[in-house]
Design a protein around this ligand. Sequence first.
Ligand SMILES: [Zn+2]
Ligand SMILES: [Zn+2]
Length: 317
Amino acid sequence: MWNPTISRRGFLYATGAACCSALLPVSAAADPAQQAKKYKKLDCHLHINHKGRTIEDTIKHMDNTGTDKAFILPLETGEGGVTLRTETVLHAFHQYPERLIPFCQTDIRQPDVIERIRAYHLLGCRGIGEQKEHLPLNDKRVEAVIAECDELNWPITIHFQDDKKGFNQGIEQYLEPYLKKYQRVRIIGHAQSFWSHISADVPSPDKTLYPRGPVKPGGLLDHLLSNYPNLYADMSAGSGFNALSRDEEFTAGFLERHPKQMLFGSDCPCSDGRGGEFNGVCYSTRLQEFLVRMVKDEATLQDIFYNNAERALNGNA
Ligand SMILES: [Zn+2]
Ligand SMILES: [Zn+2]
C-alpha cells in the first residue's frame, strides 16, 4: 500500500528489494492466471448449453481457460433448470473426441433406465452425471444406478442439495453406507450440501445452502475422504468456491489432507471462458487462480488440475 510519509530513500530501497528478491519472472510471480497456464487441465464438470452455449463455444471456453479436456455432463430431465441430452453430449464427443469425455444421465424413474445406461456405455459414455433428480439419496432407484456404475467400473457425479426442493437429500446418513457397500464406483461429490459438510457445523439447508465464515474442524467431508478413497470432491461452481474460500487457513490443511481426491472443475456457464454473459466471472479461471495461490507443491497442483480426474475416470482409486 502506498504510504505518503515514506522517505524517497526508503521508497527506492523497498522497491529495489522487492524487485531483486523476485528471482522468478515478475509476470509469473505476479499473475496467478499466467502461472496456472503451465498445468494440464481436465475440467471435471462442464455442460454444453448453459445460456444457449453451443458446442463450439464450449470448446472456446476450454481453449480460453487453458483446459485440455472436460467431462461433459448431460442433465436429461432438466430438474434444476438446464436440459442437456446425452445424445447431444455424444454428438459433441464425436466432433471433439480428443477434448471431450462424455458422461450420460437419464431419468432414473423410468423402468428401462439400466438398459439405457448400458446402451450409452456401448456408445462410448464413461460415467454417469450429473445425477440431479428430485429423489432422496436413499431412494432405491438412486442406489440402482450407483450399483450399475459399480458394475461398469464407472464414476458418478452426484449433486447433493438437502433443502426440500433439492436433490439426493440425506448425504449425512446415506453417503457412507454407499461408499462402504460399493467400492469400485467412484462417487464424485458436487454442490451445496456436499460442500456445506466441509465444516462440522452445518446450518439448516432451508436457512442457507452457502454457509460462510470459519470452518469448524471435524466435518463429514474430512471423515469420508480420509476413509474412502472411492470418494472425490468436485470443486466446481459457486458451491465449491464458497466452501474453499470461506476459511483459507482451514482449506490449506484440507487440501493437504486429501491431495489425491480433489478435482478441478468449473460448471461454468459463461459464454467464452472470460466471463461473457456472466457478469465478467468465469468459474474456471477464478478457481485456477485460487488453487495456484493455495497449493505451493507443483506435483499436487498437477494432480488436482488433471491426474486425479483421470484416476476417478479410469478407476484405480
Ligand atoms: Zn452442473
Ligand atoms: Zn467460464
